[in-house]
Design a protein around this ligand. Structure first.
Ligand SMILES: Cc1cc2nc3c(=O)[nH]c(=O)nc-3n(C[C@H](O)[C@H](O)[C@H](O)COP(=O)(O)OP(=O)(O)OC[C@H]3O[C@@H](n4cnc5c(N)ncnc54)[C@H](O)[C@@H]3O)c2cc1C
Length: 506
């Protein structure tokens, strides 16, 4: 790894001070901010507006064990562990399961409206859940949650939300976080804080095609890598099985929620044959990694690069009522879900790995927390159970807020102007981001092999070696540097895990 350079002195930058700085304005950032006491100054910084987040796009809902359908915490625990291929952390999963309902109720108190009738929550069913337990708000749960949290946070005097500001790096000193370095309207500035929380989301845009929102490309993880922080399970990526297939070159692909299969939709190959029956006892509702792999195997055997989702046994009225967003999207693409099959294919969707945190969201760097998709609490293991992601963000977000509340009043504010910058922003990667993202699609897909990953490694190493020095600090170039460093960490983890597994088998 090239040595980090310090391109400028934060002493020469305008400085701001806050108690807690939060990087990211998705569910993890907003909920954590709202859980902090009102006498703590919080600054939320995000590079895109709040609607441009994965949180806003979430469709299905939030998993939680309710008293309905004979569900129990033990059943939810088991489903999460089985789906995670036995690699989930039992302590973290226990916390997730036990604190789920409390946090859903907390969301309601903050103004989120979930679908309910006289008997309580209306619950959806999704893959690998043994019962219906997804608390939802139509088929746009993320939008409902985000609208409520964002507007409430905006109204709080102690919370300052600043969108369209790019965070270049975290400031650290002696393995302790002291704030962040930002790019605000072309100017580099420093925000010093007692605590910093990274909530930068996943890595979807490292791939050519993804369900993820614009700008979600692993920046926070790259910042941690530069600061020599610890990451974990970097090669554990989730490809969603049913993403609307069209042959346009649009990067962001539209998700057809698993909830549609939860309501009985079936999968067919191009010959009109159901194929999941032979693959897994849960058929179309098997865990995501299994369904995605089965679809890829079908696609390899056929001419058409997609399979088909059939929910035509529902009528138009019912579909419009239950899935207004998905129905509307399909209709705009000339597909009436009540009459036509929906073409779907797997696409990059979710990141199970990330910044290693403990059960209170603490990273390996002092005073630095991480939460949401950028973090790795260990709850998802190797494969996330559907609708456990929003849940993880709220459960661990609240734990972070509690942990900060317990400690912040003891901090003697003596680190104010400490200014070690980790950024390697003086390098320009010559390849454009589309080329890099294309490589990921080609060499790091569902069916990747050691040979393919090594080919990717060569390409990434070359791109790194060909980088040219520059003095210009700009968002696009830093994002590319971030992409390369996160991809390198993904490749290393994948090869290490594959090679260790091979050695163990021998
Ligand atoms: C289409 C879709 C549907 C989904 N449906 C569900 C579902 O039904 N249930 C479920 O549990 N999960 C679902 N997920 C997953 C879930 O939505 C995400 O994992 C979760 O919302 C992530 O929240 P977050 O707060 O960690 O990140 P995000 O909501 O992605 O927010 C990340 C924030 O970080 C900011 N940021 C990033 N880098 C920088 C930087 N350098 N400087 C400043 N700001 C930065 C971004 O601007 C953004 O504000 C879905 C995901 C997608 C894409």
């Amino acid at each position: 790894m090239r040595e980090y350079i310090i391109p400028f002195d934060t002493n020469n930058t305008p400085k701001e001070y806050t108690d807690v700085v939060i990087v990211g304005c998705g569910i993890a950032g907003l909920y954590t901010a709202l859980m902090l006491p009102s006498d703590i100054d919080v600054t939320i910084v995000a590079k895109e507006p709040y609607k441009e987040t994965n949180s806003y796009l979430a469709q299905g809902g939030i998993a939680a064990p309710c008293d309905k359908f004979n569900d129990t915490k033990e059943m939810f625990f088991n489903d999460t562990m089985v789906c995670g291929r036995g690699e989930s952390d039992t302590e973290a999963v226990n916390i997730l399961v036990n604190e789920a309902m409390d946090n859903i109720i907390q969301l309601e108190k903050l103004g989120v409206k979930f679908d309910k009738d006289d008997n309580g929550f209306l619950l959806g069913k999704e893959g690998a859940h043994s019962v219906s337990r997804i608390v939802r708000s139509g088929d746009s749960t993320g939008k409902s949650v985000m609208e409520a949290l964002y507007h409430l946070a905006k109204s709080r005097e102690n919370i300052n939300i600043r969108e369209n500001i790019f965070v270049i790096d975290i400031l650290t000193y002696a393995n302790k976080s002291t704030g962040i370095l930002i790019l605000d309207d072309g100017r580099v500035k420093s925000i010093f804080s007692k605590y910093t929380i990274i909530n930068t989301g996943g890595i979807g845009n490292l791939f050519e095609q993804t369900t993820n929102a614009k700008g979600i490309n692993g920046d926070g993880i790259a910042m941690i890598l530069r600061a020599n922080g610890i990451v974990r399970n970097m090669s554990y990526l989730q490809f969603h099985p049913t993403v609307f297939y069209n042959n346009s070159s649009l990067k962001q692909s539209f998700l057809i929620s698993e909830a549609v299969r939860g309501e009985g939709a079936l999968l067919y190959n191009e010959r009109g044959e159901r194929f999941m029956e032979k693959v897994h006892p849960m058929k179309e509702l098997a865990p995501r990694d299994i369904v995605s792999l089965a679809i890829m195997q079908q696609i390899k055997k056929q001419i058409t690069p997609c399979v088909y989702l059939d929910i035509t046994h529902w009528n138009e009225e019912a579909l419009k009522l239950r899935f207004p967003t998905i129905f509307g999207f399909c209709q705009r693409n000339n597909i009436n879900m009540a009459e036509n099959l929906v073409p779907v294919a797997p696409r990059m969707h979710y990141f199970m790995g990330g910044i290693k945190v403990d059960i209170n969201g603490k990273t390996s760097i002092k005073n630095l927390y991480a939460c949401g998709e950028c973090s790795c609490t260990g709850v998802h293991g190797k494969n996330r159970l559907a609708s456990n992601s929003l849940l993880e963000a709220i459960v661990f977000g609240r734990r972070i807020a509690r942990n900060i509340k317990e400690n912040i009043y003891d901090i003697i504010d003596n680190d104010k102007d400490i200014r070690i910058v980790n950024v390697d922003s003086s390098y320009k990667i010559m390849e454009d981001e589309h080329t890099i993202a294309k490589w990921m699609g080609q060499y790091f897909g569902i069916d990747r092999t050691i040979a393919k990953v090594k080919q990717l490694e060569n390409k990434i190493n070359k791109a790194y070696c060909n980088a040219k020095k520059t003095n210009i600090i700009c968002r696009e170039e830093i994002e590319k540097v971030n992409m390369i460093s996160v991809i390198k960490a993904i490749i290393n983890d994948d090869l290490n895990k594959k090679i260790t597994k091979k050695t163990n088998l021998n």
